[in-house]
Design a protein around this ligand. Structure first.
Ligand SMILES: [Cu+2]
Length: 156
């Protein structure tokens, strides 16, 4: 029943407008496929492999050996202007690490009396020296700068 011309596209606009729209659509699609690199997907798909495993920098060296205990001997100013080891006598178990901390106002040494077991060299103000006593014995020591500074470590 319908007229024959209903098979035509329902374009009520003039034919040139339909052609223009069609041409614009073609141009748009062509543009979309003509620019792959400038703004399109190719640029964003380039993998940026900058994932690096962070190096653990928080691991601080433990100053004391694992199996041992630590004991601290302070090097201090005395009220009369002299210096001393505190405590002046210390008993420890074998394997203990003794840490001398120079809290005084002058440099010192921590030197075993036998001259060979341990010798800190000059320990600056605020500096430290440590030694691990692995064998039992009585280890008297002194300061080379102030020979009156004497102390003893007894290792059992
Ligand atoms: Cu001294």
């Amino acid at each position: 029943m319908r007229p024959e011309n209903t098979r035509l596209p329902r374009c009520s606009a003039p034919a040139w407008l339909c052609l223009l729209v069609a041409a614009a659509l073609v141009l748009l699609s062509a543009c979309g496929s003509d620019t792959p690199g400038s703004t399109g997907t190719a640029a964003t798909l380039t993998p940026t492999t900058v994932v690096q495993t962070p190096t653990p920098t928080s691991a601080q060296p433990t100053p004391t050996p694992a199996p041992g205990y630590t004991q601290v001997v302070l090097i201090t100013d005395n009220s009369n202007g002299s210096f001393g080891f505190t405590p002046p006598k210390l008993a420890i178990r074998a394997g203990t690490t003794v840490i001398w901390k120079n809290r005084s106002s002058a440099p010192h040494t921590v030197t075993s009396d036998d001259g060979t077991t341990f010798d800190s060299g000059t320990v600056a103000v605020g500096g430290t020296f440590h030694f691990t006593f692995k064998t039992a014995g009585t280890f008297s020591y002194h300061c080379n700068i102030h020979p009156y500074m004497r102390s003893v470590i007894i290792v059992v």
